[in-house]
Design a protein around this ligand. Structure first.
Ligand code: FE2
Length: 315
């Protein structure tokens, strides 16, 4: 991340002291640095994804990743668009299913899909539940970043992804948005933000949302409740949600809602809690008229079992 190891060490010290609630003035004094040097280093750390910021002479250490209302826009002028919707890959868990991911990216490549949308929990993260360590291939932040950068399938299109609650755990413990760090090292992965993001492909409005909290009595409940919270005029054409690890589709007014399940086998923790773990994805075809307006969106669910899939690709 840093070219100069010495700078990295100073940044680590600043971060440690800021988390211990030392004042900006005291940190400058302790490190025998000028105020503009410390402020500059904090600004650099913030730009690199750390949850630390220098504001009006004070150091702020944020507890949740920043959210914004930007819309990520992509031009599109063809009559037909194919999308693949996936979620909750929980990579670096011993129960992740890279074999399914590789199969899907191969299939996307063959079918001319250039846009893959991922609605969060890209990594399994690191929870404050000590037993989770037994479910992880890689328990460290650096290990999970490297695992994803190296092993996540590549293709000629792009994957657009938000962070989920498992990814966000790293924000609290390591002070960094892990999916942002991964995307910085992969040209084919675009990080859109934490928990929620809006994007537009041509005239097609899409919202990605992860969500939090436990499961509901009915699997449609959270999706319905979230859709109802969006003012009618602002509703997207496609709403894709994650978190629940169950798939569900409904159309309400002009919004096609896709609850996207996971691509991870059931963990011992989930089995013990009786939490569902459907493995599936949505293939979506969108048709535009000659003015670029949407006139048809058709979904197709593909499901997967526990049996490992044969791999034909090296990465
Ligand atoms: Fe998840």
């Amino acid at each position: 991340m840093y070219q100069d190891e010495k700078i990295k060490q100073i940044c680590d010290k600043i971060y440690y002291m800021a988390k211990k609630k030392k004042s900006f003035v005291q940190i400058c004094k302790d490190l025998e640095l000028k105020d503009y040097e410390v402020a500059g280093l904090i600004t650099m750390m913030h730009q690199q994804g750390y949850n630390i910021e220098y504001v009006n002479g004070e150091i702020i250490v944020m507890k949740t990743p920043p959210k914004h209302n930007d819309v990520y826009e992509l031009p599109y002028n063809l009559e037909h668009l194919k999308l693949l919707l996936i979620s909750d890959t929980h990579l670096a868990s011993k129960y992740d299913r890279l074999d399914i991911l590789k199969y899907l990216y191969d299939k996307a490549e063959k079918n001319g899909v250039k846009h893959i949308l991922h609605s969060g929990d890209f990594t399994d993260g690191r929870s404050n539940r000590p037993e989770q360590v037994y479910e992880l291939r890689e328990p460290s932040y650096e290990g999970q970043v490297e695992y994803c950068v190296e092993k996540y399938p590549t293709f000629s299109g792009k994957t657009y992804v938000i962070q989920g609650n498992h990814d966000d755990w790293w924000y609290k413990s390591a002070g960094s948005e892990i999916v942002k760090s991964i995307a910085q090292q992969r040209d084919d992965i675009e990080y859109l933000g934490a928990d929620v993001a809006d994007m537009k492909i041509g005239n097609l409005k899409i919202r990605l949302f992860h969500g939090s909290g436990g499961s509901a009595y009915a699997k449609s409940y959270k999706l319905q409740k979230y859709l109802d919270s969006i003012p009618l005029a602002e509703r997207p054409d496609i709403l894709q949600t994650g978190h629940i690890h169950q798939s569900f589709y409904m159309k309400q007014d002009n919004t096609h809602c896709f609850q996207t399940s996971c691509l991870e086998d059931q963990t011992p923790y989930c089995r013990g809690k009786g939490l569902a773990n459907d493995k599936s994805c949505w293939w979506v075809d969108v048709d535009f008229d000659d003015k670029g307006n949407i006139y048809n969106i058709s979904p197709e669910l593909e499901t997967f079992g526990d049996k490992k899939m044969s791999l034909r690709r090296k990465k």
